[in-house]
Design a protein around this ligand. Structure first.
Ligand code: AMP
Length: 410
Protein backbone atom coordinates (compact mmCIF):
# COMPACT_ATOMS: atom_id res chain seq x y z
CA UNK A 1 0.00 0.00 0.00
CA UNK A 2 1.24 3.49 -0.84
CA UNK A 3 0.26 6.96 0.32
CA UNK A 4 -0.69 7.84 -3.27
CA UNK A 5 -3.43 5.18 -3.21
CA UNK A 6 -5.03 6.90 -0.20
CA UNK A 7 -5.96 9.84 -2.42
CA UNK A 8 -3.33 12.33 -1.28
CA UNK A 9 -2.17 15.00 -3.69
CA UNK A 10 1.39 15.20 -4.99
CA UNK A 11 2.53 18.14 -2.82
CA UNK A 12 1.72 16.11 0.26
CA UNK A 13 3.20 12.93 -1.17
CA UNK A 14 6.46 14.82 -1.62
CA UNK A 15 6.33 15.92 2.03
CA UNK A 16 5.62 12.39 3.20
CA UNK A 17 8.51 11.08 1.13
CA UNK A 18 10.85 13.72 2.52
CA UNK A 19 9.89 12.56 6.03
CA UNK A 20 11.00 9.07 5.11
CA UNK A 21 7.58 7.43 5.38
CA UNK A 22 7.35 4.78 2.67
CA UNK A 23 4.00 3.15 3.36
CA UNK A 24 1.05 4.20 5.53
CA UNK A 25 0.61 2.73 9.00
CA UNK A 26 -2.74 0.96 9.66
CA UNK A 27 -4.34 4.02 11.26
CA UNK A 28 -3.22 6.18 8.32
CA UNK A 29 -4.56 3.61 5.89
CA UNK A 30 -7.93 3.61 7.62
CA UNK A 31 -8.33 7.24 8.66
CA UNK A 32 -6.94 9.24 5.73
CA UNK A 33 -9.51 8.24 3.04
CA UNK A 34 -12.39 8.64 5.50
CA UNK A 35 -11.24 12.07 6.63
CA UNK A 36 -10.68 13.11 3.00
CA UNK A 37 -14.31 12.23 2.26
CA UNK A 38 -15.30 15.08 4.56
CA UNK A 39 -16.99 12.94 7.20
CA UNK A 40 -16.42 13.25 10.92
CA UNK A 41 -14.00 10.57 12.08
CA UNK A 42 -13.36 8.93 15.43
CA UNK A 43 -9.96 7.28 15.64
CA UNK A 44 -9.17 4.92 18.45
CA UNK A 45 -5.40 4.61 18.41
CA UNK A 46 -2.50 4.92 20.76
CA UNK A 47 0.37 7.32 20.25
CA UNK A 48 3.11 5.57 18.34
CA UNK A 49 0.75 4.28 15.67
CA UNK A 50 1.28 7.22 13.31
CA UNK A 51 -1.98 8.91 14.24
CA UNK A 52 -0.57 12.43 13.95
CA UNK A 53 0.04 12.16 10.21
CA UNK A 54 -3.31 10.34 9.96
CA UNK A 55 -5.12 13.56 10.80
CA UNK A 56 -2.57 16.14 9.60
CA UNK A 57 -2.40 14.91 5.98
CA UNK A 58 -6.15 15.03 5.24
CA UNK A 59 -6.39 18.42 6.96
CA UNK A 60 -3.65 19.85 4.76
CA UNK A 61 -5.41 18.55 1.67
CA UNK A 62 -8.94 19.63 2.62
CA UNK A 63 -8.34 23.15 4.01
CA UNK A 64 -9.53 25.83 1.61
CA UNK A 65 -7.01 28.48 0.53
CA UNK A 66 -7.23 32.02 1.83
CA UNK A 67 -6.58 33.80 5.10
CA UNK A 68 -7.56 32.68 8.59
CA UNK A 69 -7.26 29.65 10.82
CA UNK A 70 -8.91 26.85 8.83
CA UNK A 71 -7.90 23.92 10.97
CA UNK A 72 -7.41 23.62 14.70
CA UNK A 73 -5.84 20.73 16.60
CA UNK A 74 -6.56 20.80 20.33
CA UNK A 75 -4.23 18.64 22.39
CA UNK A 76 -3.60 18.33 26.14
CA UNK A 77 0.11 19.08 26.58
CA UNK A 78 2.71 21.51 25.33
CA UNK A 79 5.00 18.70 24.23
CA UNK A 80 2.26 17.16 22.12
CA UNK A 81 1.44 20.55 20.62
CA UNK A 82 5.07 21.03 19.61
CA UNK A 83 5.35 17.53 18.22
CA UNK A 84 2.14 17.77 16.20
CA UNK A 85 3.19 21.13 14.79
CA UNK A 86 6.53 19.64 13.81
CA UNK A 87 4.79 16.83 11.89
CA UNK A 88 2.39 19.37 10.34
CA UNK A 89 5.25 21.60 9.21
CA UNK A 90 7.11 18.66 7.70
CA UNK A 91 4.00 17.37 5.88
CA UNK A 92 3.20 20.89 4.64
CA UNK A 93 6.73 21.55 3.41
CA UNK A 94 5.76 21.59 -0.28
CA UNK A 95 2.45 23.41 0.23
CA UNK A 96 1.71 27.07 1.05
CA UNK A 97 0.07 26.24 4.35
CA UNK A 98 1.36 27.93 7.45
CA UNK A 99 1.32 26.12 10.76
CA UNK A 100 1.87 27.25 14.36
CA UNK A 101 1.60 25.90 17.88
CA UNK A 102 0.35 27.85 20.90
CA UNK A 103 0.61 26.55 24.46
CA UNK A 104 0.99 27.84 27.98
CA UNK A 105 4.10 28.24 30.09
CA UNK A 106 5.86 30.56 27.66
CA UNK A 107 5.48 34.24 26.72
CA UNK A 108 2.55 35.44 24.58
CA UNK A 109 4.47 37.76 22.28
CA UNK A 110 6.15 35.24 19.92
CA UNK A 111 2.87 33.35 19.56
CA UNK A 112 0.93 36.58 18.88
CA UNK A 113 3.48 37.62 16.30
CA UNK A 114 3.18 34.29 14.53
CA UNK A 115 -0.62 34.53 14.55
CA UNK A 116 -0.46 38.05 13.11
CA UNK A 117 1.69 36.80 10.25
CA UNK A 118 -1.08 34.34 9.36
CA UNK A 119 -1.69 30.73 10.27
CA UNK A 120 -3.89 28.17 8.48
CA UNK A 121 -3.34 25.20 10.77
CA UNK A 122 -3.12 25.95 14.46
CA UNK A 123 -2.14 23.42 17.12
CA UNK A 124 -3.09 24.49 20.64
CA UNK A 125 -3.50 23.52 24.24
CA UNK A 126 -6.95 24.59 25.49
CA UNK A 127 -6.03 27.22 28.12
CA UNK A 128 -3.64 29.25 26.00
CA UNK A 129 -5.97 29.15 23.01
CA UNK A 130 -8.82 30.60 25.09
CA UNK A 131 -6.49 33.28 26.49
CA UNK A 132 -5.36 34.31 23.03
CA UNK A 133 -8.93 34.29 21.74
CA UNK A 134 -10.08 36.36 24.71
CA UNK A 135 -7.40 38.97 23.95
CA UNK A 136 -8.46 39.11 20.31
CA UNK A 137 -5.25 37.56 19.03
CA UNK A 138 -6.83 34.58 17.35
CA UNK A 139 -10.03 34.35 15.32
CA UNK A 140 -11.76 31.07 14.77
CA UNK A 141 -14.73 32.19 12.66
CA UNK A 142 -13.32 30.64 9.49
CA UNK A 143 -12.57 27.27 10.98
CA UNK A 144 -13.34 24.27 8.77
CA UNK A 145 -11.77 21.31 10.57
CA UNK A 146 -11.42 20.62 14.29
CA UNK A 147 -9.22 17.85 15.67
CA UNK A 148 -9.55 16.78 19.28
CA UNK A 149 -6.40 14.82 20.00
CA UNK A 150 -6.02 12.56 23.04
CA UNK A 151 -9.64 13.19 23.98
CA UNK A 152 -9.51 10.71 26.87
CA UNK A 153 -6.56 12.49 28.39
CA UNK A 154 -8.16 15.90 28.01
CA UNK A 155 -11.18 14.56 29.90
CA UNK A 156 -8.95 13.04 32.62
CA UNK A 157 -7.05 16.28 33.02
CA UNK A 158 -10.24 18.30 33.48
CA UNK A 159 -9.84 20.22 30.21
CA UNK A 160 -13.29 19.46 28.93
CA UNK A 161 -15.01 22.67 30.07
CA UNK A 162 -12.31 24.60 28.17
CA UNK A 163 -12.72 22.39 25.12
CA UNK A 164 -16.46 23.03 25.18
CA UNK A 165 -15.83 26.76 25.36
CA UNK A 166 -13.58 26.46 22.33
CA UNK A 167 -16.17 24.46 20.41
CA UNK A 168 -18.76 27.18 21.06
CA UNK A 169 -16.47 29.67 19.30
CA UNK A 170 -16.38 27.63 16.08
CA UNK A 171 -18.68 27.72 13.07
CA UNK A 172 -21.29 24.98 13.40
CA UNK A 173 -20.63 23.64 9.95
CA UNK A 174 -17.24 22.00 10.21
CA UNK A 175 -15.56 18.62 10.06
CA UNK A 176 -14.58 17.01 13.36
CA UNK A 177 -11.87 14.43 13.89
CA UNK A 178 -11.47 12.95 17.35
CA UNK A 179 -8.63 10.73 18.47
CA UNK A 180 -8.43 8.87 21.72
CA UNK A 181 -6.29 6.00 22.98
CA UNK A 182 -9.23 4.62 24.93
CA UNK A 183 -12.98 4.74 24.46
CA UNK A 184 -14.37 5.18 27.97
CA UNK A 185 -18.08 5.92 28.49
CA UNK A 186 -17.06 9.57 29.07
CA UNK A 187 -15.31 9.74 25.71
CA UNK A 188 -18.25 8.06 24.01
CA UNK A 189 -20.67 10.62 25.44
CA UNK A 190 -18.46 13.44 24.18
CA UNK A 191 -18.43 11.84 20.74
CA UNK A 192 -22.22 11.68 20.80
CA UNK A 193 -22.45 15.37 21.73
CA UNK A 194 -19.80 16.74 19.41
CA UNK A 195 -19.60 14.62 16.29
CA UNK A 196 -22.00 14.12 13.44
CA UNK A 197 -22.41 10.46 12.43
CA UNK A 198 -18.69 9.76 12.61
CA UNK A 199 -16.85 7.04 10.73
CA UNK A 200 -15.07 4.87 13.27
CA UNK A 201 -11.48 3.80 12.87
CA UNK A 202 -10.07 1.40 15.37
CA UNK A 203 -6.61 0.00 15.27
CA UNK A 204 -6.23 -3.29 17.05
CA UNK A 205 -7.72 -3.86 20.47
CA UNK A 206 -7.18 -0.65 22.37
CA UNK A 207 -6.52 -2.42 25.63
CA UNK A 208 -3.71 -4.53 24.23
CA UNK A 209 -0.19 -3.21 24.45
CA UNK A 210 1.91 -3.26 21.33
CA UNK A 211 2.64 -6.94 20.79
CA UNK A 212 6.36 -6.44 20.27
CA UNK A 213 6.95 -5.16 23.81
CA UNK A 214 8.56 -7.57 26.23
CA UNK A 215 7.06 -7.04 29.69
CA UNK A 216 8.47 -8.10 33.06
CA UNK A 217 7.58 -7.47 36.70
CA UNK A 218 10.34 -6.98 39.27
CA UNK A 219 8.98 -7.55 42.77
CA UNK A 220 10.98 -5.38 45.18
CA UNK A 221 10.49 -3.63 48.46
CA UNK A 222 9.61 0.04 48.00
CA UNK A 223 12.76 1.30 49.72
CA UNK A 224 15.03 -0.72 47.42
CA UNK A 225 13.55 0.57 44.16
CA UNK A 226 16.31 3.15 43.66
CA UNK A 227 19.06 0.58 44.18
CA UNK A 228 17.34 -1.87 41.85
CA UNK A 229 17.02 0.78 39.15
CA UNK A 230 20.71 1.62 39.30
CA UNK A 231 21.68 -2.07 39.31
CA UNK A 232 19.38 -2.89 36.40
CA UNK A 233 20.62 -0.01 34.24
CA UNK A 234 24.26 -0.81 34.99
CA UNK A 235 24.09 -4.60 34.74
CA UNK A 236 22.19 -4.57 31.47
CA UNK A 237 23.95 -1.47 30.08
CA UNK A 238 20.60 0.16 29.31
CA UNK A 239 21.14 3.25 27.20
CA UNK A 240 17.85 4.91 26.30
CA UNK A 241 15.55 4.54 29.23
CA UNK A 242 12.29 6.26 30.14
CA UNK A 243 11.41 5.88 33.82
CA UNK A 244 7.96 6.64 35.20
CA UNK A 245 7.28 7.67 38.77
CA UNK A 246 4.05 8.38 40.59
CA UNK A 247 4.89 11.96 41.58
CA UNK A 248 7.06 14.87 40.47
CA UNK A 249 8.89 14.75 43.77
CA UNK A 250 9.76 11.10 43.23
CA UNK A 251 10.92 11.85 39.69
CA UNK A 252 13.40 14.40 41.07
CA UNK A 253 14.55 11.96 43.72
CA UNK A 254 15.12 9.17 41.21
CA UNK A 255 17.20 11.56 39.07
CA UNK A 256 19.35 12.41 42.07
CA UNK A 257 19.81 8.70 42.92
CA UNK A 258 20.86 7.94 39.35
CA UNK A 259 23.16 10.95 39.23
CA UNK A 260 24.95 9.87 42.41
CA UNK A 261 25.62 6.51 40.74
CA UNK A 262 27.09 8.14 37.66
CA UNK A 263 24.05 7.64 35.43
CA UNK A 264 23.06 10.85 33.63
CA UNK A 265 19.33 11.44 34.08
CA UNK A 266 16.90 14.34 33.62
CA UNK A 267 13.37 14.85 34.94
CA UNK A 268 10.40 15.93 32.83
CA UNK A 269 7.31 16.90 34.77
CA UNK A 270 4.99 19.85 35.07
CA UNK A 271 7.05 21.65 37.75
CA UNK A 272 9.80 22.07 35.20
CA UNK A 273 9.62 25.05 32.87
CA UNK A 274 9.01 24.52 29.19
CA UNK A 275 12.65 25.39 28.49
CA UNK A 276 13.88 22.86 31.07
CA UNK A 277 11.68 20.13 29.64
CA UNK A 278 12.79 20.85 26.11
CA UNK A 279 16.42 20.83 27.20
CA UNK A 280 15.92 17.44 28.88
CA UNK A 281 14.28 16.04 25.76
CA UNK A 282 17.02 17.41 23.51
CA UNK A 283 19.80 16.04 25.74
CA UNK A 284 18.11 12.66 25.68
CA UNK A 285 17.70 12.75 21.92
CA UNK A 286 21.37 13.66 21.53
CA UNK A 287 22.41 10.85 23.87
CA UNK A 288 23.88 13.21 26.51
CA UNK A 289 21.34 11.95 29.01
CA UNK A 290 20.75 8.23 29.35
CA UNK A 291 17.57 8.26 31.40
CA UNK A 292 14.50 10.49 31.35
CA UNK A 293 12.35 10.37 34.46
CA UNK A 294 8.76 11.39 33.89
CA UNK A 295 5.31 11.55 35.40
CA UNK A 296 2.30 10.35 33.42
CA UNK A 297 0.72 13.61 32.43
CA UNK A 298 3.79 15.11 30.85
CA UNK A 299 5.14 11.95 29.28
CA UNK A 300 1.91 11.09 27.60
CA UNK A 301 2.43 11.04 23.88
CA UNK A 302 5.92 12.48 23.87
CA UNK A 303 7.57 11.30 20.71
CA UNK A 304 11.08 10.23 21.53
CA UNK A 305 12.60 7.82 19.10
CA UNK A 306 14.47 4.67 19.99
CA UNK A 307 13.55 4.28 23.64
CA UNK A 308 14.91 0.85 24.42
CA UNK A 309 13.36 0.43 27.86
CA UNK A 310 10.42 1.84 29.76
CA UNK A 311 10.74 1.27 33.50
CA UNK A 312 7.75 1.75 35.75
CA UNK A 313 9.51 2.75 38.95
CA UNK A 314 6.02 3.02 40.40
CA UNK A 315 3.02 1.15 39.08
CA UNK A 316 0.53 3.55 37.49
CA UNK A 317 -2.61 4.22 39.52
CA UNK A 318 -4.73 4.11 36.38
CA UNK A 319 -4.28 0.82 34.49
CA UNK A 320 -4.73 2.54 31.13
CA UNK A 321 -1.64 4.60 31.87
CA UNK A 322 0.33 1.35 31.85
CA UNK A 323 -0.53 0.93 28.19
CA UNK A 324 0.39 4.53 27.42
CA UNK A 325 3.64 4.28 29.34
CA UNK A 326 4.91 1.09 27.78
CA UNK A 327 3.77 2.34 24.38
CA UNK A 328 6.64 4.85 24.56
CA UNK A 329 8.96 2.01 23.65
CA UNK A 330 8.63 -0.11 20.50
CA UNK A 331 7.39 2.82 18.45
CA UNK A 332 6.81 2.47 14.72
CA UNK A 333 7.54 -1.23 14.65
CA UNK A 334 10.74 -1.40 16.71
CA UNK A 335 11.05 -3.89 19.58
CA UNK A 336 10.98 -2.62 23.14
CA UNK A 337 11.10 -3.74 26.74
CA UNK A 338 9.03 -2.65 29.73
CA UNK A 339 10.03 -3.42 33.32
CA UNK A 340 7.73 -2.67 36.23
CA UNK A 341 8.87 -2.50 39.84
CA UNK A 342 6.25 -3.98 42.11
CA UNK A 343 6.23 -3.15 45.81
CA UNK A 344 3.87 -5.03 48.07
CA UNK A 345 1.46 -2.11 48.31
CA UNK A 346 1.12 -2.03 44.52
CA UNK A 347 -0.40 -5.50 44.11
CA UNK A 348 -3.86 -4.05 43.41
CA UNK A 349 -2.51 -1.87 40.60
CA UNK A 350 -0.90 -4.91 39.00
CA UNK A 351 -4.15 -6.84 39.25
CA UNK A 352 -6.02 -4.04 37.50
CA UNK A 353 -3.40 -3.85 34.74
CA UNK A 354 -3.45 -7.59 34.14
CA UNK A 355 -7.22 -7.47 34.05
CA UNK A 356 -7.15 -4.73 31.44
CA UNK A 357 -4.52 -6.22 29.15
CA UNK A 358 -5.93 -9.73 29.68
CA UNK A 359 -2.45 -11.05 30.12
CA UNK A 360 -0.36 -12.21 33.05
CA UNK A 361 2.99 -10.45 33.16
CA UNK A 362 5.92 -12.63 34.06
CA UNK A 363 7.99 -11.92 37.18
CA UNK A 364 11.75 -11.79 37.11
CA UNK A 365 14.57 -11.11 39.59
CA UNK A 366 17.76 -9.27 38.77
CA UNK A 367 20.54 -11.82 39.18
CA UNK A 368 23.02 -10.91 41.90
CA UNK A 369 20.89 -8.11 43.36
CA UNK A 370 20.66 -8.22 47.13
CA UNK A 371 16.92 -8.26 47.84
CA UNK A 372 17.58 -7.94 51.54
CA UNK A 373 14.26 -6.31 52.32
CA UNK A 374 11.94 -8.78 50.66
CA UNK A 375 9.79 -9.49 53.67
CA UNK A 376 9.00 -6.07 55.00
CA UNK A 377 5.37 -6.38 56.14
CA UNK A 378 2.92 -5.14 53.56
CA UNK A 379 -0.22 -3.18 54.41
CA UNK A 380 -2.88 -5.55 53.13
CA UNK A 381 -3.28 -9.28 53.42
CA UNK A 382 -4.11 -9.59 49.75
CA UNK A 383 -0.96 -7.69 48.76
CA UNK A 384 1.14 -9.83 51.04
CA UNK A 385 -0.24 -12.98 49.54
CA UNK A 386 0.37 -11.80 46.00
CA UNK A 387 3.93 -10.75 46.75
CA UNK A 388 4.75 -13.92 48.63
CA UNK A 389 3.55 -15.93 45.67
CA UNK A 390 5.60 -13.77 43.34
CA UNK A 391 8.72 -14.21 45.39
CA UNK A 392 8.13 -17.92 45.54
CA UNK A 393 8.60 -18.22 41.84
CA UNK A 394 6.37 -15.93 39.92
CA UNK A 395 3.13 -17.90 40.33
CA UNK A 396 1.23 -14.70 40.98
CA UNK A 397 -2.28 -15.71 40.23
CA UNK A 398 -2.54 -19.33 39.33
CA UNK A 399 -3.54 -18.31 35.81
CA UNK A 400 -0.60 -20.01 34.20
CA UNK A 401 2.15 -17.60 35.22
CA UNK A 402 5.44 -19.14 34.33
CA UNK A 403 8.07 -19.47 37.00
CA UNK A 404 10.12 -16.28 37.25
CA UNK A 405 13.85 -16.54 36.96
CA UNK A 406 15.64 -16.66 40.30
CA UNK A 407 12.39 -16.16 42.16
CA UNK A 408 13.18 -18.47 45.03
CA UNK A 409 12.34 -17.59 48.57
CA UNK A 410 14.98 -15.68 50.44
P1 AMP B 1 2.54 9.17 16.25
O1 AMP B 1 1.68 8.02 16.64
O2 AMP B 1 1.85 10.10 15.31
O3 AMP B 1 3.11 9.88 17.44
O4 AMP B 1 3.79 8.59 15.40
C1 AMP B 1 4.72 7.73 15.96
C2 AMP B 1 6.02 7.68 15.18
O5 AMP B 1 5.87 6.99 13.95
C3 AMP B 1 6.60 9.03 14.83
O6 AMP B 1 7.98 9.00 15.12
C4 AMP B 1 6.37 9.17 13.34
O7 AMP B 1 7.36 9.97 12.74
C5 AMP B 1 6.43 7.75 12.88
N1 AMP B 1 5.58 7.49 11.69
C6 AMP B 1 4.34 7.95 11.47
N2 AMP B 1 3.86 7.49 10.29
C7 AMP B 1 4.82 6.73 9.75
C8 AMP B 1 4.92 5.97 8.53
N3 AMP B 1 3.94 5.91 7.66
N4 AMP B 1 6.07 5.31 8.31
C9 AMP B 1 7.09 5.36 9.22
N5 AMP B 1 7.05 6.04 10.38
C10 AMP B 1 5.93 6.73 10.64
Amino acid sequence: MTFAKLGLESRLLKGVEAMGYTSPTPIQHEAIPRALSGRDVVGCAQTGTGKTAAFILPILQSMSPGKGVKALVVTPTRELALQIEEVARACARFTNHRTAAVFGGVGYEPQKKQLRRGVDLLVATPGRLLDLQGRGDVHLGKLEILVLDEADRMLDMGFWPDVRRIIRLLPEKRQNLLFSATMSPKVLSVIGDTLDDPAEVRIGHTATPVASIEQKIYPVDGVQKGELLVALIKQRSLERVLVFTRTKHRADRVCRTLGRSGIKAAPIHSNRTQAQRQKALDSFKEGKVRVLVATDIVARGIDIENISHVINFDMPGNPEDYIHRIGRTARAGADGTAYSFLASEEADELKAIEGLIKEVIECEDLAGFDYRLRYVPSPTREAKKVLRLAYNGGALSGRGRRRGRGGRRR
